[in-house]
Design a protein around this ligand. Structure first.
Ligand code: NAP
Length: 281
């Protein structure tokens, strides 16, 4: 079984991106810029944002974090986004989720100009992805996609099952696999026989949030299994896939932690650079 090393893949991607940023700097005499807006003092969000800033600096991006207290008015956030939309030094804007209850998430997402939407959540980018056009792609499914392609460069005709249909993970993952000519089944909490669906799959991507939901006898011999889940349990962090059982059947499997997680931030940097490149055309 191939243990898919997300840490190593993310480090390789960051090294490639660092070189790309250096080339862009010598060509355009400027570097891509990422601005993150952080509202409130939720510890996980602060950790994510600190890691994003650290990684952005590491590859040579210009990075900025704008912090607001929990009590900030929605209007102030929307005005700041408008200002960043017209700031030429800002290539990508990310508003760290979740937001305080009084701020409308959808309004915030739609305020970000699609060309600077590094999270790929703007309806314009969602539509472009599903139409097969160029777009920003949500970072976690993009990371999964890159890991799958490392194992199997030609996905044409493969049967893929995506478990979970969130806008963040399941739906964009489905579009990416479809674009690669996979035959994709998207499953969710109302799916009648999830085990039977999974048993058909050459590729399984699990993004559910239920610890160890996908069991060993749900997985066909030699399937590629990507575990997006991050679940806190009494036994520590586990994924949505039962690692020990599935590793006996799968051809390749991502561990949790150390699989999909590290790719997410690396893909945010990639998206920022791609937004910059598109703005220079
Ligand atoms: P979400 O928005 O809660 O969506 C979960 C999806 O799973 C829903 O579509 C739900 O179906 C489906 N589901 C729930 N119970 C199910 C069942 N018994 N059988 C089949 N499908 C079921 O979750 P998310 O934001 O996509 O996140 C999923 C997991 O990924 C979480 O553990 C999260 O922490 C993790 N995550 C990891 C990363 C990373 O970087 N590695 C990034 C983001 C999220 P319905 O639509 O029918 O409700």
């Amino acid at each position: 079984m191939i243990l898919i090393d997300g840490k190593k893949a993310a480090a390789e991607l960051r090294a490639e991106l660092k070189e790309e940023v250096a080339e862009l700097k010598s060509k355009h005499n400027k570097v891509p810029g990422l601005t993150v807006i952080l509202i409130g003092d939720l510890t996980p969000s602060q950790i994510y944002v600190r890691n994003k800033e650290k990684s952005a600096n590491e590859v040579g991006l210009k990075s900025e974090v704008i912090k607001y207290p929990d009590s900030i008015e929605e209007k102030t956030v929307l005005e700041k986004i408008q200002e960043l939309n017209s700031d030429e030094t800002v290539s990508g804007i990310l508003v760290q989720l979740p937001l305080p209850k009084h701020i409308d998430k959808q309004k915030v997402i739609e305020a970000i100009h699609p060309s600077k939407d590094v999270d790929g959540f703007h309806p314009m980018n969602v539509g472009n992805l599903s139409s097969g056009y160029e777009s920003s792609i949500p970072c976690t499914p993009l990371g999964c996609y890159l890991l799958i392609k490392k194992i199997e460069p030609n996905l044409s005709g493969k049967k893929a099952v995506v478990v979970g249909r969130s806008n963040l993970n399941g739906k964009p993952m489905t579009q990416l696999l479809l674009k690669e000519n996979c035959t994709v089944t998207i499953t969710h909490s109302k799916t009648k026989d999830l085990k039977a669906e999974c048993l058909e799959a050459d590729i399984i991507v699990a993004a559910v949030g239920i610890p160890e939901l996908v069991r060993g006898d749900w997985v066909k011999k030699d399937a590629i299994v990507i575990d997006v889940g991050i679940n806190k349990t009494d036994n520590g962090i586990v994924g949505d896939v039962h690692f020990d059982e599935v590793s006996k059947n799968a051809k390749a499997l991502t561990p949790v932690p150390g699989g999909v997680g590290p790719m997410t931030i690396a893909c945010l940097l990639k998206n920022t650079i791609d937004c910059f490149k598109r703005s220079q055309i």
